[in-house]
Every structure is written in C-alpha cells, then in structure tokens.
Write a protein that binds this ligand. Structure first.
Ligand code: OAD
Length: 278
C-alpha cells in the first residue's frame, strides 16, 4: 500500500499533506517556540519539569520581580540563572533547527520568527532570524533604544555560570557578591545600566523585530509553526493573523492549534522527515 495514501500509516499521510503544502507555496514563514530546542537539551517553560514549574514566572519572568528577588534572595536568582544558562550554553542545534535552515535555502522564507533566546537557529545556519523575545547571548542598556546590544561569547557565559555556582556554594550569599558573580549579565558601566537582552512579561517587544515578524506573517502563504504552546501574547497572535489572511498553517509539535496540518510529535524527528521528501 502506498504510505502516502494514508490508511497504512497516518503520520506518513500527514507528512505527505504537509510536503504538498510546502511544495505548492512560495512564501513560507516559520514561527518557533521552546519545543524546537527541547531535543537540544533545553527544557521548555510549561511542560512537566519546565522552567516555570521550578521558578514561577510571576517572580522570575518580569524585571521588577527579578530585581526585587536579587535583593531579598540572591541565592535563588543565582540558581535560576544557572538553570537558564547551563543548557543553553551547552546546546547545539538539533535536526529540527537544521531542517528549518534547509527550508530557508530551498524556499523563500521571509523570516524564522522565534520566541527562543538560545541562538540555535543562527547556529544551524538560518540567516533571517527574528528573535521577538530577545537573546540570552546579548546584554542591553536599560532605557536606551534598540541597537545598543552587546554580544556575549559562550566563554563569557560559561565563566558566569562558574562564578554563580561558586556564589551559590559560598557562606555569605549576599547581594554585592551576587552582583559580582553576575557582572557579565547585570551591572553599570560608563554607558549606563545593562542587563540580559530578554523580553519578559510586561515588556514591549523590540519594535523593529516585531514589525518584521508581522510583515513576514502578512506576506506568507504558509506558516510553519514548531513547538509552541501559543500561550504567550502578542507572539501567539502571529498564527491567528496568518490564518485570518488565508495562509496555510502547518503545526509541528505535541500540542494542537487551529491549523491545516498537524504533524503531531517531536520536531527533531518529524521535520527532517518532512524535508527529506522536498
Ligand atoms: P512552552 O513551554 O509554553 O511550550 C513548549 C511547546 O513545545 C509545548 O507545546 C510542547 O508540547 C512543545 N514541545 C515539547 N517538546 C517538543 C518537541 N520535542 N518537539 C516539538 N514540540 C515540543 O514554550 P513557548 O510556547 O515557546 O516568554 O513559550 C513562549 C514563551 O513563554 C517563551 O518565549 C517565554 C515563556 O514565558 C517569555 O519569557 C516572555
């Protein structure tokens, strides 16, 4: 039986449908979330054992909460930063990131829009990455306009992890010692106060990047959505607005969303299979 006919193997049939959609569309935007990096060893936010289960976002995912906690419980903030940084610093792109980079070479992709802060799409070779929630690989000066980012090296971040671990084990885990251990990420220099270039809850999205993401979705005929729960706004509106404009939606991941084709499963397994037939 021809697997593409569907009855023998439902996932083959769905892959076939998705491939046909990709073949028949010229402009394909990509929208990714934490699930695309899960197989690189980076925990997602909301799955079992995710970051937010251990570090509640009300305290850790907004600057006011985080900065207050640095004063009241620097030990906990140091643990949070180590848990956030360690998997990202160690991670390499997985087959899903590579498949998206391959898609970019084969089709017109107006943007690989990502909610992730890990830089793995770029490492895999994607060239038009739109990081709508910022990047952990950069710091930014507070209150200054876009364009004042400073890139951080993997070595700098690895050293920061080490210093934070020493701080966690120290006998006097106080705020000044925390600041010293975390000085690559947080501090003040002659240009002002800097912190990681992350968009947390309550922050505006980087205007230019968001405009480009909205434009990519506005002009695409197909949106390939990978590994997102669609629970965070305004990011989640991208899928809604692509749909509203008549673009086809292919969803790859463990959670459903309104879409034309749902490739249900792990992105690192399904995306290479999807691209193999392209
Ligand atoms: P979530 O943790 O909310 O969702 C991850 C999604 O990936 C879920 O739908 C999982 O089922 C799916 N998933 C897990 N493993 C997968 C795999 N191997 N292959 C495919 N899918 C998989 O993460 P996001 O949707 O990215 O924002 O969350 C969006 C935002 O919430 C983040 O950018 C962050 C967070 O709060 C801020 O901090 C502002």
């Amino acid at each position: 039986m021809n697997p593409a006919s569907g009855s023998a193997n439902p996932i083959e049939s769905t892959l076939h449908q998705a491939r046909e959609l990709l073949r028949n569309t010229s402009n394909i935007a990509v929208f990714t979330g934490a699930g695309v990096s899960a197989e690189s060893g980076i925990p997602t936010f909301r799955d079992d054992g995710g970051l937010w289960a251990r570090f509640p976002p009300e305290q850790f995912a907004n600057w006011l909460g985080l900065e207050q906690m640095m004063l009241s419980n620097p030990l906990l903030v140091a643990s949070f930063l180590v848990e956030l940084l360690r998997p990202i610093v160690a991670a390499q792109p997985n087959a899903a990131h590579h498949s998206i980079a391959k898609l970019e070479q084969q089709k017109s992709v107006p943007g690989v829009i990502t909610q992730n802060i890990d830089g793995l799409h770029q490492k895999a070779g994607s060239t038009h990455v739109l990081e709508i929630h910022g990047s952990l690989m950069q710091t930014v000066y507070v209150g200054r306009s876009q364009g004042n980012e400073r890139d951080l090296t993997v070595d700098e971040l690895s050293e920061t992890i080490q210093e934070l671990e020493i701080f966690i084990q120290s006998r006097q885990p106080n705020f000044p010692r925390f600041l010293n251990a975390a000085r690559t990420l947080f501090g003040v220099d002659s240009f002002g106060r800097y912190r990681p270039n992350l968009v947390l809850f309550g922050d505006m999205l980087p205007a230019l990047v968001w405009e480009q993401a909205v434009e990519a979705v506005r002009t695409c005929d197909c949106l390939l959505v990978v590994g997102t729960s669609h629970l965070v706004y305004p990011a989640a509106t991208l899928t809604d607005s692509a749909r509203a404009r008549g673009a086809k939606i292919i969803n790859v991941g463990l959670d459903s969303c309104p879409c034309d084709v749902w490739l249900r499963g792990r992105a690192g397994e399904l995306l290479p299979r999807l691209m193999a037939g392209m």
